[in-house]
Design a protein around this ligand. Structure first.
Ligand code: ADP
Ligand code: ZN
Length: 741
């Protein structure tokens, strides 16, 4: 018999590099991957056992309190994977491990109140007096929802007497679970695979061979929207499951729609479990358990589903691998696509990245042979690509009209033909700025270094004939002043530029008969919004859809034949070296909304930069051509994919402190970089971040660059060891950063 371990190493969900040694109490059997309660300082914290070695120093070790699981909840493979994450992204091992733990849900069962007898509930409602407004509202909501958490009802002001009465009279009932929302996918009809096209067969075979060999492998599947990529994923999944394995399918947050669920569930009924923060805690915990026990073998979800507790993992699919949402912007700042490649390598699983517009990183990896490239040319169906044309904003005659004549004429044509149009403008609000006509100053947020956006109404309710100024970063809102507040100016203020509200008004003025629907964060707050938009579009109740990023992806309306982009330059001019790459992705995505069924689609893109290679290539949906053009500059500057970056952001509420800290860290790193003698290793900055102030925090950035990521890691490690953030300053390390704001 193996001796019980006498010591254990434990990590906590804290930004600490360290692993802590403990003594294991006699009689307690422990193994790596088990959660324990451990004394930590003066507190007791939950931690995870990562190993059971005898440490060199054994004196004075504290004893673990108790085990929280009867057996490990994290597999050795996931322990190793999260260890890699901690090293690579400079986060705590415990922070990374937290992503792999069973979702927390209250051990205490939540109590729900159910509307047991709706008719009698209505009678009770009718009997309420005018003074019982809060109880009335609570009961009305209950009547609508069917069941609500007791705590929520109490918070809404349901009187305890009324609750007791309802329970006694039997029109309310207590129960231990909430309304049973039909999982949309669960109802999907089982579907059979279509006969694959020749290109799909070729891709499928390559994947099948790799799956059969069992040694893993990494692939990039490139094909425009509608080229049949998802069918290839399904085919590969079938093979992975057929050999007794399990699989993870990652999708961008925004495309985790009922249709996606239905498609995977329909092909693999009863095998798919969704892991998503939108689920209730209990639902998530249940799905996690089903996966851990092997009762479900496909984990489907956004980036966090990469940590699904699967044994015999054979396949990881990353759909739309270039989507920015795969990067987590708070600790641990991991990129799920890159991490998927590592998990795949550790567990010998095949990793399949798919995209219509691959990231430069993946495309370069494919060219270097690190990813095997699989291509699907053309769309599966008869309908071809939408035709795309650039329209020259430089020829605009009427500055008051956001639409060039060609776009306006096409809108008119679609209206007459009874077809739908989509107009894209990535600027919500009425106008991006309120500007003084005398001194030219735009009104700024008092807490952030950006201009306040002019809205026609206060979004949190309340009419105001003078409109409302809103900060899109921190939410600060104020009434517009009557005149320029600059000392000794007092000039007139005028709105400048066009946001979606203003565009909607302009469209309504020019097309009085058109039914227009605006979609942005101001209109799309309500739950079930996407479904109601879909219904209205499909029922032909909308002629023109106006909106931001929110309508650029995933929508599929057969009668939508025209897409207009108001200003492609806004995205091209973004202060980020990936601006052109993102613009290309955006144009391909939004353009892909047009002509998805039998009617041909048309895309019109307004721009001042008629000969920009990104726009020319996007018009042809020619990703390789765009890459060839754009990658030269990246190479010359040593930017990804030809070099690695890390961002070190220093923040403080005290501007001088933030600046001083950034300067001192910069000096330390400069000196160390010189000593390291790593070819091409550079320290840039410190420089004020483009958004130098956000919510009252001042932000300065150092950028580290190196052709080889190991050089970067060595430098960061040394830097962190030699330098400590002064009081009141925080440092955020971001390896392979995707955002530089
Ligand atoms: P993508 O994921 O690249 O956007 P899909 O896999 O969703 O492409 O395919 C686009 C459409 O074509 C879908 O409606 C899909 O059902 C259909 N489709 C895909 N492959 C085939 C095939 N081999 N035969 C018939 N229809 C197919
Ligand atoms: Zn602000």
């Amino acid at each position: 018999m193996k001796a019980e371990p006498r010591h254990a190493q434990v990590v906590f969900d804290l930004p600490l590099e360290r692993v802590f040694d403990y003594q294991v109490p006699a009689g307690l059997a422990l193994a790596p991957g088990q959660r324990v309660l451990a004394p930590f300082g003066r507190r007791k914290l939950q931690g995870v056992v990562v190993s059971c070695r005898d440490p060199e120093r054994r004196e004075g070790l504290k004893e673990l309190e108790r085990a929280l699981d009867p057996s490990p909840v994290v597999s050795p493979a996931l322990l190793e994977f999260t260890r890699w994450m901690a090293d690579y992204y400079f986060c705590g091992w415990g922070e990374a491990l937290a992503l792999a733990l069973p979702p927390q849900h209250n051990a205490r069962q939540q109590v729900f109140i159910q509307a047991q007898d709706p008719a009698r509930l209505q009678t009770a409602l009718a009997g309420l007096s005018a003074r019982q407004a809060r109880s009335r509202a609570a009961l009305q909501e209950l009547a609508r929802a069917g069941a609500l958490a007791l705590g929520d009802l109490q918070a809404q002001g349901l009187s305890p007497l009324l609750l007791k009465k309802g329970l006694q009279e039997g029109w309310l009932a207590r129960q231990s679970r909430g309304p049973v929302a039909p999982a949309p996918g669960a109802l999907a009809a089982p579907s059979v695979p279509p006969k694959l096209t020749a290109a799909q067969v070729t891709a499928g075979q390559a994947l099948g061979d790799a799956l059969a060999a069992g040694r893993g492998g990494a692939f990039l599947l490139h094909g425009i929207t509608g080229s049949g990529k998802t069918e290839v994923y399904l085919h590969a999944l079938e093979q992975a499951l057929g050999s007794g394995g399990s699989a993870i399918v990652l999708v961008p947050e925004i495309s985790l729609t009922p249709q996606t669920l239905a498609r995977f569930n329909g092909r693999f009924p009863g095998q798919v479990a969704v892991l998503h923060s939108g689920l209730s805690a209990a639902e998530r915990a249940k799905n996690w358990r089903l996966l851990a026990q092997g009762q479900r073998r496909v984990a489907l979800g956004p980036r966090s589903a990469l940590f699904a507790p699967l044994e015999r993992l054979r396949l990881i699919v990353v759909d739309e691998e270039s989507e920015p949402s795969y990067k987590q912007e708070n600790p641990p700042r991991y990129h799920a696509r890159d991490a998927a490649l590592v998990r795949g390598r550790l567990e010998k699983a095949v990793v399949l990245l798919g995209s219509a517009t691959p990231s430069f990183e993946s495309w370069a990896n494919a060219k270097a042979g690190k990813l095997r490239l699989l291509s699907l040319p053309g769309r599966v169906g008869a309908c071809g690509l939408p035709s795309t044309q650039l329209l020259d904003l430089g020829r605009r005659q009427d500055a008051g009209n956001p639409l060039l004549p060609e776009l306006e004429a096409q809108l008119e044509t679609r209206l007459k033909a009874g077809e739908q149009s989509l107009i894209f403008l990535n600027r919500r609000g009425f106008a991006p700025a309120l500007v003084c006509v005398k001194c030219g100053m735009a009104l700024q947020c008092p807490h952030c270094s950006i201009a306040l956006t002019f809205h026609k109404h206060n979004p949190s309710g309340g009419a105001d004939e003078r409109g409302w100024l809103l900060c899109h970063l921190c939410g600060h809102g104020q009434r517009p002043p009557r005149a320029c507040p600059q000392p000794k100016c007092g000039g007139l203020l005028r709105v400048q530029g066009t946001g979606t509200q203003r565009l909607e008004e302009e469209l309504a003025r020019r097309f009085p008969r058109a039914r227009i629907r605006r979609v942005d964060r101001d209109t799309a707050q309500a739950r079930g919004f996407h479904q109601s938009l879909g219904e209205a579009m499909n029922a032909g109740q909308v002629d023109i859809l106006v909106g931001t990023q929110m309508i650029a992806k995933g929508l599929d309306f057969p009668n939508l034949t025209l897409v207009g982009v108001i200003n492609a330059d806004a995205s091209l001019n973004f202060p980020d070296f990936r601006a052109a790459e993102r613009t290309f992705q955006l144009l391909v995505q939004v353009g892909g909304r047009a002509g998805r069924a039998d009617k041909p689609g048309q895309v019109l893109v307004q721009t001042l930069r008629m000969d920009h290679p990104c726009l020319l290539a996007a018009a042809k949906q020619d990703f390789p051509a765009f890459f060839e053009e754009e990658h030269q500059e990246r190479k010359a500057l040593g930017y990804p994919p030809y070099g690695r970056l890390a961002s070190l952001l220093l923040r403080s509420q005290d501007k001088a402190k933030a600046q001083a800290a950034a300067a001192s860290l910069g000096e330390v790193l400069q000196a160390q970089a010189l000593a390291l003698k790593e070819p091409g290793l550079e320290v840039w900055g410190p420089a004020p971040a483009p958004l130098v102030e956000v919510k009252g925090w001042w932000r300065y950035r150092l950028l580290l660059k190196c052709p080889d990521h190991r050089g970067l890691h060595r430098l960061i490690k040394q830097g962190l060891a030699a330098w400590q953030a002064p009081h009141g300053v925080s440092l955020a390390v971001d390896v392979d950063p995707m955002s530089f704001l």
